[in-house]
Design a protein around this ligand. Structure first.
Ligand code: NI
Length: 183
């Protein structure tokens, strides 16, 4: 099934998500449906809180960049109970958007590389370094499981300038091509 995407203003986007246990019901189906939902919305990442589930699960799909970066042509990954434990001092800017904040695109500063422990969809443990576009998307999605959205990472000046748009989102004033919900 394709899930409606939860829009900014919903409490679930502000909660710290709970760890996923191996006996979580129908996890495989949930992950499959998240990939379906993500591709339907033309996104590159989706975290479980964005479909109303406050659990530490997110998916990343970097394949839209596959043409410019062939190493990303098959880059689809699942991250469960991820924990970023190292962030590079070096940072850079990238223009981010978010399916939960339709219409907003802002340059966000983040570390260029990270180290992270996580479980994959088979509950196999990984300890891995990420950089480039995957590191960017992973940090954005990881934030969702911590109750953080990308506009929180902007300067207070920039955030103030966006206040009207953000309030608009909470009041249903947005347009997008995918199914959404406010909870
Ligand atoms: Ni997002």
């Amino acid at each position: 099934m394709i899930y409606p995407i939860v829009i900014y203003g919903s409490q679930v986007l502000r909660q710290k998500a709970e760890p996923v246990t191996p006996d979580y019901p129908d996890l495989g189906k949930l992950i499959e449906d998240m990939f379906l939902t993500l591709s339907e919305a033309d996104g590159v990442g989706l975290a479980a809180p964005q479909i109303g589930k406050s659990i530490k699960l997110f998916i990343v799909d970097c394949t839209p960049w596959g043409e410019e970066q062939p190493e990303l042509a098959d880059y689809r990954k699942v991250f469960i109970n991820a924990e970023i434990y190292e962030r590079s001092e070096e940072t850079d800017f990238f223009n981010e958007g978010c399916l939960s904040l339709p219409g907003l695109h802002e340059d966000v500063r983040r570390p260029v590389s990270i180290r992270m422990r996580y479980l994959d969809e088979n509950f196999v443990e990984h300890d891995e370094a990420f950089d480039g576009l995957p590191a960017r998307v992973i940090q954005h999605e990881y934030d969702h499981t911590e109750g953080v959205v990308f506009t929180d990472r902007l300067s207070s000046l920039r955030r103030n300038l966006l206040r009207g748009k953000l309030t608009g989102l909470t009041k249903g004033k947005y347009r997008c091509a995918y199914k959404t919900k406010q909870i």
